[in-house]
Ligand binder design. Structure first.
Ligand SMILES: Nc1ncnc2c1ncn2[C@@H]1O[C@H](COP(=O)(O)OP(=O)(O)OP(=O)(O)O)[C@@H](O)[C@H]1O
Ligand SMILES: [Mg+2]
Length: 299
């Protein structure tokens, strides 16, 4: 009967408690690579010192969202931080953006006033009062984290810059952490008044071969591997690195495929040949897809 067979996760067949190469940005699976660690430590210092604006740039799949989840995890441990994370920053107007901040930071707003129709000055004033009260009277740090910040339009970037003008002699009243793909850089590089305000900027680079190997080992251990054999031989890791160029998402995807193939082939160890086989299949698929696209273009 369809659906009656329990298919155990491939991870349990191989001796794991959990899936080692899931693609979610789980802070539990965060490996402190040199790059990620530097970024995280610096962000925490900037936030503690309330220096205002930090920006993390990084190519697709370098670990920006994972880093932001880890940052939230760290902030959660502290009682003096109030934070909100925007995952998909597309706003139709400044008023919509500001009113989303009022809602998400639970800022007091008169019940009888419709937030949708309120004007920008009123929203800005309300936010400023909130920031002053929380920072100066309650000694809390207010943090806004924006993931996918390359999607911010110029007018929202300008609004963020205006928010950074709320400050005392000693520090900024709102702390902004932007994480975005490299297009973000091309957007802000010409906004000199925005660039000037960046207190910490950092570009996340892919891992080197050593860290690729460490990341794989770390995730295997985190997933509760109980086997005694090393699943990925050194030669397999070299192949993984050559193909993925150290991009964490690509490493994860490929390792997932390798483990699945081990289960299918009823094997326990991944060697160079197996990794090459999977990469070859992947490349075949990619070129078939490209050909199809070309065909479509020709018709
Ligand atoms: N430091 C790390 N430790 C462990 N796994 C990581 C690390 N960094 C990234 N990964 C893994 O790599 C994958 C991609 O990471 P993530 O989604 O954070 O990338 P991204 O830079 O946000 O990508 P995009 O530009 O597409 O938004 C995720 O599956 C994540 O678990
Ligand atoms: Mg991301």
């Amino acid at each position: 009967m369809v659906g009656s067979t329990q298919i155990p996760g491939y991870y349990s067949v191989l001796g794991f408690d959990r899936e080692p190469f899931a693609t979610s940005p789980d802070p539990d699976f965060f490996y402190h690579t040199r790059e990620h660690d530097r970024a995280l430590t610096n962000l925490l210092i900037e936030l503690r010192l309330r220096r205002g604006l930090s920006v993390i740039f990084g190519d697709v799949g370098t670990g920006k969202t994972t880093l932001s989840r880890k940052l939230l995890h760290e902030l959660n441990k502290r009682g003096d931080m109030i934070f909100h994370m925007i995952l998909n920053p597309s706003f139709s107007s400044e008023a919509q953006f500001l009113s989303s901040l009022v809602r998400n930071f639970n800022i007091d707003w008169p019940e009888d006033v419709d937030i949708k129709n309120s004007d920008i000055m009123e929203l800005r004033d309300t936010i400023e009062k909130f920031l002053i009260q929380k920072t100066l009277e309650e000694n809390r740090t207010i943090i806004l984290i924006v993931d996918e910040a390359q999607k911010l339009d110029l007018s929202t970037l300008e609004t963020l810059r205006v928010l950074l003008n709320f400050e005392t002699n000693a520090h900024k009243l709102i702390q902004l952490v932007l994480l975005g793909q490299l297009e973000l850089y091309s957007k802000v590089v010409h906004m000199s008044n925005f660039m000037d305000r960046i207190s910490f900027k950092f570009t996340l680079n892919p891992l080197d071969v050593q860290e690729t190997s460490e990341l794989i080992d770390f995730r295997i251990a985190k997933a509760g591997y109980k086997g005694h054999k090393k699943i990925f031989l050194g030669e397999a890791v070299s192949e993984i690195y050559n193909y993925t160029k150290g991009y964490p998402r690509k490493i994860n995807m490929l390792c997932h495929k390798i483990l699945k193939e081990l289960v299918i082939q009823n094997q326990e160890i991944a060697d160079r040949a197996l990794v090459q086989e999977i990469i070859a299949k992947e490349q075949q698929w990619l070129s078939a897809t490209n050909d199809k696209q070309l065909e479509t273009l020709e018709t």
